[in-house]
Design a protein around this ligand. Structure first.
Ligand code: NAD
Length: 269
């Protein structure tokens, strides 16, 4: 089969339903010639529609709570049974904040939930990388991608403790990217994606206003989940071999725009 991922194998986490960014990545990875395994938390396997995707992609589904050490180890061990000793790429597309879900203001966080947000949305990235590193489960020049948001750099009041989780996530890409690059030339990056209409995205308060504002502030408009998937595929491919330890903005230009004509017009008297 032709395609820029021909002959490559990978693990794709976080496909809950057809709106999920990971769902689009899975479809495109297979279209581009890769063989994949899918993974999500056991509860998501029951509630979501991942099995439809699994059929479409001819991919096994391995349940794993990304915060549980034994689950993440099992994920890499079982992947070996399906795809061989080492994979070429891993997508971490996992995020959840109980504080954001339950509308807890940033000045009144529940600390147990805060730890959960960090554990699920950031430390799980380190955990996956550490398990892969110790099991030598990723090929030389392999590529690991996590998904982030610009609230890691700038404050968006309703994004709550997820902003802190994203800052940690991006830092892990740099920290682990150094060590994995030295050991095995494995690349680690995060993509900072535009607001996207998914279950996780829509959980953030005022999401629609957020979405429209970003769209009007971006010269290219918001990047869709589909566009994000294309970018992920390029990072899994051999065309980006020297890119590592980066947080890569994929946002239609939002992060470099001070103000747009549309916003000027909105405030002109
Ligand atoms: N939607 C947006 O606006 C947006 C913007 C930038 C970045 N992101 C990031 O993209 C990633 C994917 O989110 P999405 O927008 O596709 O939404 P989504 O809700 O479809 O995906 C989030 C996934 O995380 C999984 N998950 C939650 N807890 C888990 C656990 N303990 N173990 C394993 N998996 C778990 C969920 O089951 C779900 O599949 C997240 O990191 C999110 O923060 C989203």
């Amino acid at each position: 089969m032709q395609g820029i991922l021909a002959g490559k194998t990978g693990i794709i986490t976080g496909a809950l339903d057809e709106n999920s960014i990971a769902w689009k990545v899975a479809v495109k990875a297979v279209e581009q010639g890769a063989k994949i395994v899918l993974s999500n938390a056991p509860v998501a396997l029951r509630m979501g529609t991942i099995h439809t995707l699994a059929n479409q992609c001819n991919a096994p589904v391995i349940g794993a709570d990304a915060t549980a050490q034994e689950d993440v180890e099992k994920l890499f061990d079982q992947t070996r049974e399906h795809l061989g000793p080492q994979v070429d790429f891993v997508l971490h597309s996992i995020g959840m904040s109980p504080n954001v879900r339950k509308g807890k203001h940033y000045t009144n966080l529940n600390y147990d939930w805060y730890q959960k947000s960090l554990d699920i949305s950031a430390l799980s990235f380190h955990r996956m990388l550490q398990v892969a590193y110790q099991k030598d489960a990723i090929k030389e020049w392999g590529s690991v991608v996590g998904l982030s948001y610009i609230a890691a750099q700038r404050t968006f009041p309703d994004y709550g403790d997820m902003a802190d989780a994203k800052a940690v996530l991006e830092s892990i890409a740099r920290g682990f990217g150094y060590h994995y690059g030295k050991k095995n030339k494995v690349r680690v990056n995060t993509i900072s994606q535009s607001p996207t209409k998914t279950t996780a995205g829509s959980g953030v308060g005022g999401f629609d206003a957020f979405f429209d504002y970003a769209d009007k502030m971006s010269p290219l408009g918001n990047a869709s989940a589909e566009d994000c998937a294309n970018y992920c595929i390029s990072l899994f491919s051999d065309f980006t071999r020297m890119v590592t330890m980066q947080n890569l903005f994929h946002d239609g230009g939002f992060s470099s725009t001070g103000i747009s004509t549309e916003m000027m017009e909105k405030f002109a008297s």
